[in-house]
Design a protein around this ligand. Structure first.
Ligand code: CFM
Ligand code: HCA
Length: 534
């Protein structure tokens, strides 16, 4: 691995190589210690990154999947258009009484030179009015793109004014694309505003046993539908989902649940932390990617509620669901065993999906996040040792206190302690590195150059990344799976999702078609890129 790392760095100018060396780490697990990996820092200008922007993390990721908020992008049309359902986040409007679903629309102020020069607040007001007149939504949210911050439009005062005028919930996000080093900043901004403007607005206690919220699950390719199916079967009541298949009323009511389940910690941990402080709901980490991981997560939920009926039901559901899974593994694993995968995605899937590959007997050769933080790699216990730099300080940290009326600790400290002693961990998760083999490369914010180099050196059996990486990888003759959108597939979560994944991966790694492929630059050498400093 040292040689490979050297090789990856050898083409970079010295200063660049020195920086990248801190983000390309050879994994070494000693007890529960792993090496430090630099992450959540600026991409070096000139390097081609997989990352997106702060606006994408706020509007596209966290709020995009909510069906009944009119999400208006204040900015040039490209930003709204790019974040318009490209994530394959699905929704089921039949579960809201008014049937509102605005996700199929793309709302934007379509900013022009005129607004850049004279300001865009007037056009934003008009857009809010027009959306209200046409759709009568319960809520309107406004998302700032880069030019909004640059010209100084005050979206928050526009939102306040229109909220008073129209009498519905209207709130804005200062999630200009450049606000942070990646999407991650946008997650934090989204969490803050949803917490300030929506959560806790409706105290109605709804019927149902074992009330949970599912945080950090976005219903890509229908994942949330499968998870909801399993919850229902187990008798677990989902109050709110942040934010796959979600509605604003459920957010407003979410503080009435008794437990927060966190799936993608990276994008939504802030909401869980703030809800615990203000309302007293504990949170636990879950993962529904992988059949075993799904079973384990259900058992954790049952352990929390300490109810024999629920425990029995969960075991019954696992007994019902697992045989198909095991049958499929028995059939497919002989063909996938020992195949080698690489995963470079986002801030949690590069970790979660290693579970599914493991179930197929496959090996993870190398993995990394686009915008994960050190805790996503090394585990939550490193949080106190993370240096807060100027870029992170730029993102508001809300100060949250226990609500004088609504704070209600769901379990006594003694009870929590007892559960901990039984092995149920609260407010905690392992990072990706402690769960990976020694000697594998863990690479943060991988560059296009490094991606191509890894492919040349390892020729993995499958490479997982996003749309921008897809076609060069395929042209190298390597099967490529998008772990963001799932290409055209999914769901991949839960028990049924695992079955879909096994089938899709089997087809990909065992197809011979890729071996026949020649990249255009292998046929016409003049197309092969050379590097400027060569
Ligand atoms: Fe969480 Fe996500 Fe991800 Fe993410 Fe994303 Fe996504 Fe992702 Mo694309 S919230 S961190 S910002 S699991 S959009 S549904 S696939 S990069 S790994
Ligand atoms: C985003 C969304 C994205 C992009 C995926 C990709 C998604 O970051 O803006 O690069 O293929 O999941 O749709 O992560």
């Amino acid at each position: 691995p040292e040689k490979i790392k050297e090789e990856l760095l050898s083409r970079y100018p010295t200063k660049v190589a020195r920086k990248r060396a801190k983000q390309i780490i050879i994994n070494k697990v000693e007890g529960c210690e792993v090496p430090v990996i630099q992450s959540n820092v600026r991409t070096i200008p000139g390097l081609m990154s997989q990352r997106g922007c702060c606006y994408a993390g706020c509007k596209g990721v966290v709020l995009g999947p909510t069906r009944d908020i009119v999400n208006i992008t204040h900015g040039p049309i490209g930003c709204g258009f790019y974040s318009w359902l490209t994530r394959r986040n699905q929704t089921d409007p039949s579960t809201t009484p008014d049937g509102h679903n605005f996700m199929t629309y793309c709302f934007s102020t379509d900013m022009q030179d005129q607004e850049i020069i004279f300001g865009g607040e007037k056009k934003l007001k008009q857009a809010i009015q027009e959306a209200y007149d046409n759709f009568k939504p319960k809520a309107i949210a406004v998302f700032s793109t880069c030019p909004v911050g640059l010209i100084g439009d005050d979206v928050h005062s526009v939102c306040r004014e229109m909220k008073d005028k129209l009498g519905i919930n209207i709130f804005g996000f200062s999630c200009e694309g450049y606000k942070g080093v990646s999407q991650s900043a946008g997650h934090h901004i989204a969490n803050n505003q949803i917490f300030k403007h929506v959560i806790g607005n409706d105290d109605t206690v709804k019927e149902g046993d074992f009330k949970i919220n599912l945080l950090g699950e976005y219903n890509i390719g229908g994942d949330a539908f499968e998870i909801e199916r399993i919850f229902k079967k187990c008798g677990i009541t989902q109050v709110a989902s942040f934010s796959g298949n979600s509605s604003i009323d459920a957010f407003a009511n979410s503080h009435t649940a008794d437990l927060n389940l966190i799936m993608c910690h990276r994008s939504i941990n802030y909401v869980a932390e703030m809800m615990e402080k203000k309302y007293g709901l504990p949170w636990i980490k879950v993962n529904f990617i992988g059949a075993e991981a799904t079973a384990k997560s259900l058992r954790k939920i049952a352990a929390y509620f300490e109810d024999q009926k629920l425990t029995d039901k969960v075991e019954e559901v696992i007994v019902q669901e697992m045989p198909q899974v095991l049958k499929s593994i028995a059939e497919i694993k002989p063909r996938t065993e020992g195949k080698r995968a690489m995963l470079f995605v986002g801030g949690s899937r590069a970790h979660h999906y290693q579970e599914l590959f493991k179930e197929l007997g496959m090996i993870t050769l190398s993995a990394g996040y686009e915008f994960g933080h050190r805790d996503d790699y090394e585990g939550r216990k490193v949080l106190p040792s993370i240096k807060v730099d100027a870029d992170s300080r730029n993102i508001e940290e809300l100060s949250v206190k226990a609500d004088p009326e609504k704070f209600n600790p769901r379990k006594s400290p003694e009870n929590l302690q007892k559960l901990k002693e039984k092995g149920l961990e609260f407010s905690s998760y392992e990072g990706m590195m402690p769960e990976m083999k020694n000697g594998v490369l863990v690479i943060d914010d991988i560059t296009q150059y490094e991606t191509e180099k890894l492919i040349e050196l390892f020729k993995p059996d499958i490479f997982c990344a996003g749309i921008k990486e897809k076609y060069t990888i395929q042209k190298y003759g390597i099967p490529m799976k998008q772990l963001h959108s799932y290409d055209y597939g999914g769901p991949y979560a839960g028990f049924k999702g695992a079955l879909n994944f096994y089938k899709d991966i089997d087809r990909m790694v065992n197809s011979r078609v890729w071996g026949y492929l020649k990249a255009p630059w292998q046929i016409k050498p003049e197309l092969a890129a050379t590097y400027a400093w060569e």
